[in-house]
Design a protein. Structure first.
Length: 95
């Protein structure tokens, strides 16, 4: 069971890494608010989005890249994938 969790964690990390490269990061800083609205509209809890935004601001993360990270969550949500593993990896990457 432990090996399965490790394999799942590695696979998820790889997936996030691939999505990081695939999802266009061309959003302008003004598009962050649009991406936030889209994330909330697709069902990602406001508290989750707000927590990620606060963490990104605290770490002085580029707003364009933050929009890209939220886009990954939006795509995962649209594909009916569980968002929490993606959220955890994003939080891990931001800290």
């Amino acid at each position: 069971m432990r090996t399965r969790r490790k394999a799942l964690a590695r696979g998820l990390a790889l997936l996030v890494g691939l999505l990081w490269q695939i999802v266009p990061m061309q959003a302008a800083a003004g598009d962050l608010s649009q991406t936030v609205q889209e994330a909330k509209a697709t069902g990602i809890p406001s508290a989750t989005v707000d927590r990620l935004l606060a963490l990104g601001k605290e770490q002085q993360f580029d707003p364009t890249k933050m929009a890209g990270l939220l886009s990954i969550l939006v795509e995962a949500q649209k594909d009916r994938l569980p968002a929490q593993p993606f959220v955890s990896k994003i939080e891990e990457g931001l800290t």
